[in-house]
Design a protein around this ligand. Structure first.
Ligand code: GLC
Length: 728
């Protein structure tokens, strides 16, 4: 981290007087030990610990570090503050669905204030692993399948956590993770092999980390997986040549939990000393696990294991973080100011974020129900469940309420009958029959289903993406009654809905929305809130259709719905049902073309229309573009419905002919706009050199001359296309 000359002097004087063992002791963070164990480790000189769960305990560890060690170096105090400390915001995948990065920045700002008040000064967030495979449980922690969205949201989180200055007492170090391509794990199976080409590594997985580094992220976490055969934890090309030298990252690289120890199972290290040596030589700066210096200060690495300048570089990076945080001046936090529960302000922020994350997948004029008196039957395991905080919930987070209670509070004139009818797993068919038998007696039925958060997150890959248990049967039973009903899904990944979606008139995607999630859903059901989110990840038709994503290559034989053989390649994601007549094309014989719901899909209680897009010029010289000239894109969007609503407008490009096969669409800009009925807004975007090019397999960024399409509108099926020519 950049330090002032005075701070540099502090670091140099410290370094000059530190022993080899004392330097190595700064290059590790121990797990959540019991407080008495942590105190012993701190006395031995360890440089970082996990948060000991209270400001008093943290202050005691900082006091020991300052007063009972030779150099009095204060501690980094880390914790996974992923989307909330006391006030839990929507899971990151849901935040991405808002397509409003201010929700992520607000989450990170509020979360940092709460965590910092307890003595935390380092979070292991944002997770910006692009992933196209919803079988992978960790898609819940990232911002979906698009590189640009992960970059924008990751940078927003970094700004929120780190604030305007790291010296501010409510700023904490951010950590971009997991470097790199963790989301490409084969089979969507966590920790599994990753093998990617240079062009794919750079164009898809690396770019969000560039954005985080450009946003000033203080730390980066290495990923568990191999990348083309070499584990990230011991991958010098990744950690040093690309991250530190090419991207200019000046902070510290931290290992993931036991990621160094895992090198033994990877089979690239014969013992722990070898694993440590390879990792630090590759560019790791902090080992997570507490293995560098054994208890009581015996270093596992000798002078022959690592060049002194590598150790000094790592120590300088760690001390630079502590100086930047102002820890040498005051590492303590006042107990009376520790935030231990949400405030009205933080609850309002979490509610707003939850409302913006809602995605209306279908609506055949069932929703909204309105606030007026009506009899509502609420069914399903998520009727009374309070499992809304998501996979990274901490034990001390404020618990959420239930949808049933939220409806009672937000919709006081509704007469609500609640029958869970089934659990998340298993269930009795006759209980379902009993629960839906009188469905016709109600004005409407709400079926609240989903996957519990325990099925999402780390080490939680699923091979079957359908609703677990007999929840599908519950929905089908309600559909069979012919009643008016809406399905609300609470889930942490794209799910397969094909068994019931056609029979469900209205479907609201409600993710795991955090502390205020139930309130947001109740307000959307009544219509107080108009959902405006869009899908940040493709919803497949079947579990075996993955990976499936919008920015796919066209292939040499793209499937097309018959009658559209117009020579132009039609994006399979735009395909409707019905297989192609053209036999020799890329498709499944037993599955309709394209996804169930494509990336960018999301409806509203109102309607929007777009005017013709306008480009600042039909062509531009490559030399001008490289010199900084931009291409302006303008479009008018109108709210043509009867109520206010938010619309997400997206700008995609397509490079029609290039030296490497290009995606049929690449998202380059997006914005979320609130429009009153009848209101029209002109939206303007600027596209430049960094938007039109791609990385090739020689790791060169190239912008090639030729014809591009610019697609602007409310999603992938943006009808408005304008050709742009980049000329030599
Ligand atoms: C976990 C996760 C990582 C997290 C770390 C510390 O294994 O992979 O994202 O930050 O351990 O809890």
């Amino acid at each position: 981290m950049p330090v002032t000359p005075v701070q540099e002097d502090v670091i140099n004087r410290l370094m000059a007087s530190m022993t080899w063992e004392q330097k190595l002791a700064q290059l590790q963070i121990a797990f959540r030990p019991r407080l008495e164990d942590a105190a012993e480790l701190v006395r031995s000189g360890i440089g970082a610990v996990f948060w000991p769960r209270s400001v008093e305990a943290t202050n005691e560890l900082q006091r020991i570090a300052r007063e009972e060690t030779q150099h009095g170096i204060p501690l980094l105090v880390g914790l996974d503050v992923i989307h909330g400390q006391r006030t839990t915001f929507p899971v990151p995948l849901a935040q991405a669905a808002s397509f409003d990065p201010s929700t992520a920045e607000t989450d990170a700002r509020v979360t940092a204030q709460e965590a910092a008040s307890g003595g935390v000064n380092w979070t292991f967030s944002p997770m910006i692993d692009v992933s196209r495979d919803p079988r992978w449980g960790r898609v819940v922690e990232g911002f979906g399948e698009d590189t640009y969205v992960n970059g924008v949201f990751g940078a927003a989180k970094v700004r929120g956590y780190q604030g305007s200055s790291l010296r501010d007492r409510d700023s904490i170090l951010a950590c971009a993770k997991h470097f790199v391509a963790y989301g490409q794990a084969e089979g969507g199976r966590d920790y599994n092999t990753v093998d990617v080409s240079t062009q794919r590594l750079r164009n898809i997985y690396l770019e969000p980390f560039r954005s985080a580094v450009d946003a000033g992220v203080a730390t980066v976490m290495a990923a568990f997986n191999t990348v083309s055969g070499r584990p990230a934890h011991a991958n010098q090309q990744l950690l040093t040549e690309i991250l530190k030298n090419e991207l200019g990252f000046a902070g510290a690289v931290v290992g993931d939990a036991d990621g160094v120890v895992n090198l033994l199972d990877h089979g690239i290290a014969g013992d722990l000393q070898d694993a440590l040596r390879q990792s630090f030589a590759a560019g790791l700066d902090i080992e997570m696990g507490g293995n560098v210096v054994a208890d009581h200060g015996d270093a596992r690495l000798g002078h022959d294991d690592l060049p002194l300048e590598r150790v000094n570089d790592a120590v300088r990076r760690v001390l630079g973080l502590k100086v930047a945080l102002g820890l040498f001046d005051d590492p303590f936090r006042e107990p009376e100011y520790e935030v231990k529960s949400p405030t009205d302000t933080s609850r309002r922020a979490a509610l707003k974020a939850a409302e913006k994350a809602l995605v209306l997948l279908k609506n055949e004029s069932v929703l909204p129900f309105g606030l007026g008196p009506k009899r509502i039957l609420l069914l399903g395991p998520y009727a009374n469940s309070t499992d809304h905080l998501g996979a990274w919930v901490q034990s001390f987070a404020e618990p959420a309420g239930s949808l049933a209670d939220a409806i009672r509070r937000e919709c006081p004139e509704w007469v609500l009958t609640v029958r869970e009818a089934t659990g998340f797993f298993g269930g009795e068919p006759d209980l379902i029959a009993q629960a839906v038998g009188d469905a016709h007696d109600y004005d409407a039925v709400v079926v609240a289903v989903g996957e519990p958060s325990a099925l999402t997150g780390e080490a939680s890959s699923r091979s079957d993406l359908r609703l677990p248990g007999v929840q599908e049967e519950l929905i089908q039973a309600v559909a069979a009654t012919g009643s008016t009903f809406a399905v609300v899904m609470f889930n942490g990944r794209p799910l397969v809905t094909s068994a019931w979606i056609d029979g469900a008139p209205s479907v609201l995607e409600a993710w795991h929305l955090g502390l205020e999630g139930p309130q947001a859903v109740a307000r959307a059901l009544s219509g107080v809130v108009n959902p405006g989110g869009k899908l940040p990840m493709t919803f497949p038709r079947s579990s075996s259709q993955v990976p499936i994503y919008y920015d796919h290559e066209n292939t040499g034989r793209p499937a097309r719905v018959s009658g559209t053989l117009d020579g132009g390649a039609v994006d399979v994601a735009l395909m409707g049902p019905g297989n192609t007549d053209d036999h020799y094309t890329s498709k499944y014989k037993d599955l309709d073309l394209g996804p169930q719901f494509p990336f960018g899909h999301g409806l509203s209680y109102t309607s929007f229309e777009y005017g013709e897009p306008r480009l600042s010029a039909p062509e531009v010289l490559l030399s001008d573009l490289e010199g900084g000239q931009t291409v302006g894109v303008e479009i008018d969007v109108s709210n043509t419905g009867s109520r206010s609503g938010d619309e997400v407008t997206m700008v995609f490009i397509r490079d029609l002919v290039a030296s490497l096969a290009q995606p049929v669409r690449r998202l380059r800009r997006f914005t979320r706009t609130s429009l009153k009925p009848g209101e029209t807004r002109t939206l303007s975007f600027e596209l430049g050199w960094n938007d039109f090019g791609f990385w090739d397999n020689d790791a060169r960024y190239v912008v090639e001359e030729g014809a591009f399409e610019i697609h602007v509108g409310g999603g992938l099926d943006a009808a408005a296309v304008r050709s742009l020519h980049l000329r030599l």
